[in-house]
Structure formats: structure tokens, C-alpha cells
Design a protein around this ligand. Structure first.
Ligand SMILES: [Zn+2]
Length: 181
């Protein structure tokens, strides 16, 4: 009977609200995995990356060589990818919607200025994997991006950048056991 259910539902809603409000945002420790977890697979669609497709595939492969907690994989035909990679005439950029999800733009403006297409691809994928820009910075840093100059072609994340991505995906994997993607 709706009349009997209403108070109970209202009480439940109040309880839920209280619980959520009472949990301090800072009191959420990352669960320490007690067993080896498989990598989280993040798919990418380079179908609209035009002349940059090989560079995008190389950038993804570099991440796969560099970290173990996430694996970038070309999306299967007909499936929706976590990451869309698009070529355009602007400056390269990434729009991240959540960890491992978003759109990468391989902008021809930087390519025309002489920046490495593989470094651009790897750098922008780094944003989708949770890394911020670190500009200005040295060529040894992937996230120093264009600030390292056009002579810098290094497409590899440094130790700190690798570790940061590993940590973010370790936390994501720990939570993934109770929540669907
Ligand atoms: Zn950037």
C-alpha cells in the first residue's frame, strides 16, 4: 500500500542523505588491493585521426609498454570507444570526461610548427589517463608538451608520470569490483 510505504521511503531517503553528508570527502582511503588485478582496458577509436593514425597507435603502444594497470586497445568495429581520437586544424588538446574517457584532438597547428606527432599523441593520451600539463618542463617529461620545443621528440612518460597513471588506475581498479563501468 502506498500509504504505508511512504513514511518508510522517506525515512530511507533521510538516512541516505545523512550518510552521504556525514562522510568527509577526505576520508576515502584508496583500497589497497590484496591481489594482483588485471589491467583496466581502455579502448580508443583512431578512425577519425586521418594522417595521424600510425602516430596515435604508436602513442597507445608506448603507454602499454610503460604502465601495467591500464591497457589501451583499438576499439572493436561497431563498439563505442572510451577515447575518440580526431584530427583537426587547431592546437592539440584532450577533453577528459572521466579517467580513461574523453576525446583527443591531434591538432595540425602544432604538427605544422614541427612538433612530433608521436609525442603529441602520447601526451594527449596522457591527459585522458589522468595527467595534467607540466609546463614549462624538460624533454624528459611527456607532460611538458610543446614547452620542451620542437626538437624534443620524446614520446615516453618519465618515472613520475608512469607512477601517477599507475596509481590512478590502481585506485580505479579497486573500485571497479563493485561498480560497473
Ligand atoms: Zn597538454
Amino acid at each position: 500500500m502506498p500509504v504505508r510505504m511512504l513514511p518508510r521511503a522517506a525515512a530511507a531517503a533521510l538516512t541516505l542523505t545523512f550518510t552521504v553528508a556525514a562522510a568527509p570527502a577526505s576520508a576515502a582511503p584508496a583500497a589497497a588491493p590484496d591481489r594482483a588485478l588485471a589491467a583496466r582496458v581502455v579502448t580508443y577509436d583512431a578512425g577519425a585521426s586521418a594522417e595521424f593514425k600510425a602516430a596515435v597507435d604508436r602513442g597507445a603502444a608506448i603507454w602499454n609498454e610503460s604502465v601495467g594497470n591500464v591497457e589501451l586497445r583499438p576499439v572493436a568495429a561497431g563498439q563505442r570507444a572510451n577515447i575518440r581520437v580526431v584530427a583537426d586544424n587547431g592546437w592539440p588538446r584532450a577533453v577528459t570526461t572521466s579517467l580513461g574517457n574523453g576525446t583527443v584532438y591531434i591538432g595540425r597547428q602544432a604538427v605544422d610548427e614541427g612538433h612530433s606527432t608521436i609525442r603529441i599523441s602520447s601526451h594527449e593520451l596522457g591527459h585522458i589517463l589522468g595527467l595534467p600539463d607540466r609546463k614549462p618542463g624538460p624533454c624528459s617529461s611527456l607532460m611538458s608538451g610543446s614547452s620542451a620545443g620542437t626538437t624534443c621528440t620524446n614520446p615516453y612518460p618519465n618515472a613520475a608520470e608512469k607512477s601517477e597513471v599507475e596509481g590512478k588506475f590502481a585506485a580505479a581498479l579497486g573500485r571497479a569490483e563493485t561498480s560497473p563501468r
